[in-house]
Design a protein around this ligand. Structure first.
Ligand code: PEP
Length: 250
């Protein structure tokens, strides 16, 4: 499989009503006027996916969701499946975000099941891992994130497009970022763990960095070893900030 282009993906979390579609439209228009060197995605709340997909149709902007249930359909009140997200126009989905792991108790095994479901539904998964502050302070960062990646990536990913996102939990939404050395150490270890888990298939998938990526630190972070893009929360909500990050990627 050809080496995929880096990916800059926005995670809107539970933010955005109808007018937010305009922010995505601005990103799409900018990409039409000046194509980016990277792939660009916005992972929106499920309620906005169809509107976003329609608004940015014909542009290079990828529309994604933020979670799925592992089954295709069933009596799971409040949940949506990969097939439903794809039907609404999404082609990508974030899985195992630390907020889902910590608030909803999602385990590595569940994340792996959801990743298989994403493939079944035709969605490209972005599988998130990351250590808590306590785990870092205990010197267990690499053990934790490599363990998460090995248990969260099903072998079925072989032959499919997917990404891993390294997101230190303590850096999400806090304005704190690890040092470049800490980012590189984690990304390099994750690459090795992905190869151990998936063989050659673990070599090509981009490993995004996520955690307080902003227009003023993006260029430096994106040049770090094994950083194949970024997962961007807060700074993806405004087109002007998100585009600044996209353009910082080259
Ligand atoms: C995220 O939600 O995945 C994230 C990285 O958030 P922020 O960029 O706001 O830290």
């Amino acid at each position: 499989m050809a080496v995929p282009r880096p990916l800059i993906a926005g995670n809107w979390k539970m933010f955005g009503l109808g007018p937010a579609v305009d922010e995505a439209r601005q990103v799409a228009v900018s990409l039409l006027a000046k194509p980016a060197a990277v792939r660009v995605a916005i992972c929106a709340p499920a309620t906005l996916v169809e509107r976003l997909a329609r608004a940015v149709e014909g542009s290079a902007l990828i529309v994604g969701g933020q979670d799925i249930h592992q089954e295709a359909s069933g009596a799971f009140t409040g949940d949506i499946s990969a097939e439903m997200l794809a039907d609404a126009g999404a082609t990508m989905v974030i899985l195992g975000h630390s907020e889902r792991r910590s608030i909803y108790g999602e385990t590595d095994a569940l994340v792996a099941a959801k990743a298989k479901a994403a493939l079944r539904g035709g969605l490209e998964p972005i599988i998130c891992v990351g250590e808590t502050l306590a785990e870092r302070q205990e010197g267990r960062t690499l053990q934790v994130i490599c363990g998460q990646v090995k248990a969260s990536l099903p072998t079925e990913l072989d032959g499919h497009a997917f990404a891993v996102a390294y997101e230190p939990v303590w850096a999400i939404g806090t304005g704190l970022t690890p040092t470049l050395e800490q980012i590189e150490e984690a990304q390099v270890a994750l690459r090795q763990a992905m190869v151990e888990a998936l063989g050659e298939a673990g070599r090509g998938a981009p490993i995004l960095y996520g955690g307080s990526v902003k227009p003023d630190n993006a260029a430096v972070i994106l040049k770090a070893r094994e950083v194949g893009g970024a997962l961007v929360g807060g700074a993806s909500l405004k087109a002007v900030d998100f585009l600044a990050i996209v353009r910082a990627a080259g």
